[in-house]
Ligand binder design. Sequence first.
Ligand code: GRF
Length: 218
Amino acid sequence: MPEPAPTPTTGPPSADGPARVVVLISGTGTLLQALLDACAGPGFGAQVVAVGSDRPGVAGLARAEAAGVPTFVHPLSPGADRAAWDAGLRDRVAAHAPDLVVSAGFMKLVGPAFLAAFGGRTLNTHPALLPAFPGMHGPRDALAHGVKVAGATVFLVDEGVDTGVILDQAAVRVHDDDTVASLHERIKVVERDLLVSTTHQLATRTWQVVDRKVRWDS
Ligand code: GRF
């Protein structure tokens, strides 16, 4: 039986001007800050047009406001209808007509409605070398497992938990005296660079995904 034909995903650039990026956050927003700083430079090819958070009052929202970027808060209340929350998030993001969505420390899983609108153009970052140590506690789980090399992964969001197509990865050595916090902080240094460089690539080149591999066409 022949293999089914691959379904390529092609990405921006599709429009004139910088790619429009909506960033989703939940906390401190140092990844967001790296992206805001990069977008301010010449020729980056992307601009952050809105920042959304599931939590009010977080530092990342203040970073966006300081940069003059519109913000919104879309909380998921305990016991709330998850599908309605997901459709609402889709609508809040869609209002800003993004070319790309960046999940930068956004601690919620998006669902089918969101992915129907933005699947294939939503990237996420994870502080572990996927497919090892997915989930909420990548650095903690990597340290507990005794790995010697940890790192960060930027990938396209799909319906799974940190299972999407890997766009890029970077490694850091684990130190004998590392704590979860020290390891995570060192990972975040490379994670910020990775997010910035991958966003730039996606915003300025044409690309497609075939058989889980991203291929840069220009
Ligand atoms: C990052 O390591 C991200 O991968 C993880 O949370 C961290 C967010 O950091 N899920 P910040 O809020 O951008 O500083």
